[in-house]
Design a protein around this ligand. Sequence first.
Ligand code: AHM
Ligand code: MG
Length: 328
Amino acid sequence: MEESRIAAPIGSALDRFIKSKQDQFAYASGELSQLLRDIALASKVVNREVNKAGLIDIMGAMGSTNTAGDAQQKLDVLANIRFSRALMKGGEACALISEESESYVDLNNSGKYVIAIDPLDGSSNIDVNVSIGTIFSIYRRKSKEGTPIQDQDILQRGSEQVAAGYILYGSSTMLVYTTGHGVNGFTYEPTLGEYFLSHPDMKMPEDGKIYSVNEGSYNSFSQPVKEYIAYCKEKNYTGRYIGSLVADFHRNLLKGGIYIYPATAKDPNGKLRLMYECNALAFVAEQAGGKASDGKNRILDIQPTSLHQRTPFYVGSKKMVEKAESFG
Ligand code: AHM
Ligand code: MG
C-alpha cells in the first residue's frame, strides 16, 4: 500500500507527515512539500516573537532591545518579514501577496508557486494577549516558470488553491492545513521545536450552536442578517466572538458554529479580504465538510479583480451557513 493511504498516527512529526503525503500532490516534485516546511519554520520564529511580545517593553526599559530595532517593530510587520524571508530563501515561490504590502512582491522568478498570506491577523488582539493567527494560500503559477509574473498568476480563484491553512497562536500553537485531501491539525511542542499531528482528518460538525459576529455593528447590518441573528437568539445559541478570525474559525471547526462578517454601512463589501483571509479558510472549511459563502455565492468561485478585495464572509458548519443564507 502507498504510504500516503495509511492514516498517519497521532504524534507524527509534521516533516514526516508532509513527506508521507507527497504523492497526493498534483505535481509531486517535492517543492510544495518544501514550501509547507518553509511556512512551518517561519511560523516557529513568529511564535517565538508572539510569545515574548509582552516582554518587549520590559526589554526596552532594560535597554536590552536589539539595536537593529527588530524587537521594537510591530509584530504584524515583523511576521511579514519572517514569512517573506523564509519564502524568498526557499525559492519555490515566485510571488507573494500579503496584507502588509500594497502590491505583490516578486520572489524567485523560476519558482512555481504564488503565496497569499496574512502574516498576523487579529491586529486588535496583538497587544492584549489574545489569540492571533497567520493565514496562507498556495497557488500554482499559470505562466511559464522564468517568465515575468502575470495577472493570471496572481488573481486566481480560491478553487485553484493547491494548499491552504493557518497557524493559531493560542493557548497552544497549532498549524492546520489542507492540500485538498482532508484537513490535518498539528500542535507545536515548544521544547522540541516541532509540530506534531494532534488532529488527524478534521471534520467540522454538520450543524452547531455557536454564532460569531460582531454585534456591535448590528445597526448597520442588513435586514436578513438581523433576522438571522434574531433566529440564533430564539434558538438559544451561544454567542462567541474573539475578533481574531483564525481563533473564531478554529473553535467553530472543532465545535460546530458559524462565523459571519457581513456587509456593514461602513464596509459595504464586508471587512475581510478575499485573497489572504477568506479563500484559505473557505478551502479548509470545505475540506472539513463545512461551507463558505459571501451570503449567496461560494467564496472559492469568486474571481478576484484586485489583491486587497473585500468580501462578506459566512463560514462554518454546513447547515448553519445554509440557514443564514436562506434569510436572503
Ligand atoms: P485585521 O486584518 O486588521 O487583523 O482585521 C481582521 C480581523 C479578523 O481577525 C476579525 O475577525 C475581524 O477583523 C474583527 O473585526 P471587527 O473588530 O470589526 O469585528
Ligand atoms: Mg488580517
